[in-house]
Design a protein around this ligand. Structure first.
Ligand code: OOG
Length: 258
């Protein structure tokens, strides 16, 4: 059995060297989702010990489009640190820091209070005080994003970077399930969807996250950011291009590469 510490070390090496590796499940069929989260926990502890700060959580594979394309039919959860947050002007360095980056349109939530117990679809809205359009940069540590559930969970759900647009009060945002989303590159539309693509309603991503954290005895503090998962399939990050995610009611955010 591949130990969690061996996997965490090998994923870190792949990330730093920017050389993708084979999925662990190719040679070890006993690995499961719990093993993946053990590896992720080790990676998180190592990053926090090195001085990164935990700023939130991300969901992945919350839309059918993503589940179908990636061949994993269930939502997954990863962590976000300040080192992954891209500020204005920092997005230019994405290609230099990643191996095979892709970009996805997302909805970001900001927690109004500590997330320390399971939410329901009706209490999810009260858990947040702001919502925004975001882009997530994903970068798998597995060649060509070829992985199974335990591999991608171990790899912190391919998290690499994120950029958040202007925060909007939830009441001003309108009906998030009906909100149209457009992902475009240099003005050409790549993918479209509505908020309902995320588990039927983006708030369900918050419910899923709250249940996941409660099951693992974990939580998130007020002010933390939650990325609800891509609404559409990802597109490869291109050099010298404008990657734009726009969501009706939330505005737009652009990842501009150098
Ligand atoms: C897994 C992560 C997907 C999302 O928002 O669906 C993800 C992957 O596609 O590499 O972050």
């Amino acid at each position: 059995m591949t130990t969690a510490s061996h996997a965490a070390r090998s994923l870190r090496e792949a990330r730093l060297a920017r050389v993708p590796r084979r999925p662990f499940t190719d040679t070890d069929s006993a690995l499961d989702e719990d093993w993946g989260y053990q590896v992720q926990d080790l990676d998180r502890a190592e990053r926090l010990a090195a001085g990164e700060r935990l700023v939130g959580a991300k969901l992945g594979l919350t839309s059918r489009a993503k589940q179908r394309t990636m061949g994993v039919a269930q939502p997954i959860v990863g962590f976000l640190t300040d080192a992954m947050q891209l500020g204005i002007g920092e997005d230019e360095q994405v290609l230099a820091r990643t191996a095979q980056p892709r970009v996805e349109p997302e909805i970001a939530f900001r927690l109004a209070r500590d997330l320390d117990r399971p939410l329901s679809p009706s209490t999810a809205e009260q858990a947040i005080d702001a919502v925004a359009v975001a882009v997530e940069v994903i970068d798998s540590r597995y060649a060509a994003f070829g992985f199974r559930l335990p591999d991608v969970v171990a790899d912190n759900t391919s998290a690499a970077g994120f950029l958040i647009g202007p925060w909007t009060h939830p009441r001003q945002a309108g009906d998030l399930a009906a909100a149209g989303c457009v992902l475009s590159v240099d003005g050409t539309v790549a993918h479209t969807a509505t908020g309902a693509a995320i588990l039927g309603h983006p708030f369900r991503a918050l419910v899923h996250l709250s249940e996941h954290l409660a099951r693992r005895g974990d939580g998130l503090p007020a002010g933390a950011v939650v990325l609800a998962g891509a609404l559409t399939d990802a597109v490869p990050v291109r050099p010298a291009a404008v990657h734009r995610a726009e969501i009706r009611g939330l505005g737009a955010v652009e990842l501009v590469t150098g």
